[in-house]
Write a protein of this length. Structure first.
Length: 256
């Protein structure tokens, strides 16, 4: 399994992660990808996912321009994965309105695939009709699953159980925002991402903001960075453990 570190990076912060052995990164077209893509391209041993930023834009009442996204993505390395641009329904939308947005998301995926030729990752969301997942499988064997990350783990697992029952083990899957260590032993994801490994709040006895320097902490900078390093390496070691676990089960191996 590939674990992608999803975060708002500074160059200094990126180098700290790289020094600790992180090689998989997820950045967003809607926020930091324009700044970071030239920096990431300097390193030839990285695996990178570019998120469209649709959800972040939606949260701020904005919409991502798909033509601008295509123009940006065409200048990126071909082996980088580009997440398709979702059309997100308004809160409280009717079932018909949600279906309309799902249809538009499929159209966006097909448009991006036509323009970019390869490396476009569609996303199937909690609550969507499985006919859309079936449509994506007509065009790709690598799909993203978004298990409503504002819900309880039980709800996420129920959704993922249905997804993998439908998909089997031959389709590569990416878990968006999913990093439950227990859950990842139940579902054979090819890859996943989360901001959890780098949240300052996940470190004990700290109240840090996402920046290079601790804020409001009683810890020294040295102690803080030590704990941060330990946290990162927990996820890196889990990545190896999970890959070996599914390899031994004979239904999933780390691939290209």
């Amino acid at each position: 399994m590939k674990f992608y570190f999803s975060c708002s990076l500074s160059k200094k912060f990126f180098k700290l992660l790289y020094q600790e052995g992180v090689r998989n990164f997820l950045v967003s077209f809607g926020t930091n990808a324009k700044f970071f893509s030239p920096i990431l391209q300097e390193y030839k041993d990285l695996s990178v996912i570019i998120d469209s930023g649709a959800f972040s834009a939606w949260n701020h009442g904005k919409v991502i321009d798909i033509k601008a996204y295509v123009h940006f993505a065409k200048n990126l390395p071909k082996d980088w994965i580009k997440v398709s641009l979702d059309v997100i329904p308004k809160t409280g939308s009717t079932s018909q309105e949600i279906e309309k947005c799902c249809d538009a998301s499929v159209e966006n995926f097909l448009f991006l695939q036509k323009e970019l030729k390869e490396g476009v990752l569609p996303v199937f969301h909690y609550g969507e009709n499985f006919k859309y997942l079936r449509k994506y499988l007509d065009y790709t064997n690598y799909v993203g699953l978004s298990p409503a990350n504002d819900t309880m783990e039980k709800t996420k697992r129920e959704f993922l159980t249905k997804c993998f029952k439908f998909l089997g083990t031959k389709v590569k899957t990416h878990g968006f925002g999913y990093s439950s260590f227990g859950g990842l032993t139940l579902f054979p994801f090819y890859s996943c991402d989360s901001i959890s490994p780098i949240r300052w709040q996940s470190l004990p006895y700290t109240t840090h903001s996402v920046s290079d320097v601790p804020v409001g902490s009683t810890l020294s900078v040295e102690d803080f960075r030590f704990l941060f390093t330990v946290n990162i390496n927990i996820f890196l070691r889990y990545q190896e453990f999970n890959t070996e676990l599914w390899r031994k089960r004979g239904i999933f191996c780390k691939g290209e």
